[in-house]
Ligand binder design. Structure first.
Ligand SMILES: [Zn+2]
Length: 184
């Protein structure tokens, strides 16, 4: 039980499904924090699973015996987390989509509310951010926090947003979401 979440919030997390796409430490760190926070079902894409030597050593199940970890695309997930350039071919229409990429000195996060998931938007974002593995633990933590905010309905607004984190300044900047010809 997390005191900040409370009983009803914890029940909500337990009923939740989060899908995670992407390779590398950020995806695994995100999965671990979500398992530890009490999310009931994690659907890991093949890419997350294929890098799972670390995943096993971190011990997702040990974090939370009530958390079911499956390999799959997470159809019907409440939240879909996408790390970096490994963007799935399609995004479920009713899911909140959270994308993030680490770069030197920081990380960039995009939050797309239900109905706004757009593969072209994420591909354009991934192409515009040169990827770096460096702050991947920070990125994984931020992705997990953003997912928990969505699951617990703690979001400030319901629009798409882009957030750029600068580790040196320890600050975040909310940027206008880039225009996308596919979803306008
Ligand atoms: Zn788009």
């Amino acid at each position: 039980m997390l005191p900040e979440v409370g009983g009803r919030g914890q029940e909500r997390l337990l009923e939740s499904v989060v899908a995670i796409h992407g390779r590398g430490d950020a995806a695994l760190v995100c999965a671990n924090f979500l398992a530890g926070a009490g999310v009931g079902t994690l659907a890991l894409s093949d890419d997350v699973e294929s890098s799972s030597a670390l995943g096993r050593s971190l011990g997702l199940a040990a974090r939370n015996p009530d958390c079911t970890v499956a390999v799959g695309d997470g159809a019907g997930a409440d939240v879909v987390v996408v790390v970096g350039a490994l963007i799935p071919a399609s995004l479920p229409p009713r899911s909140t989509v959270i994308w993030g990429a680490a770069r030197d000195g920081g990380a960039t996060l995009a939050h797309l509310p239900p109905g706004r998931g757009c593969v072209a938007c994420l591909a354009a974002l991934a192409a515009s951010e040169p990827e770096s593995d460096d702050p991947s633990i920070v990125l994984g933590t931020m992705l997990a926090l953003e997912a928990l905010r969505a699951l617990l309905a703690l979001d400030a607004g319901d629009g798409a947003r882009l957030v750029r984190f600068d580790l040196e300044r320890s600050g975040a900047e909310v940027l206008p979401f880039p225009a996308c010809p596919a979803c306008a």
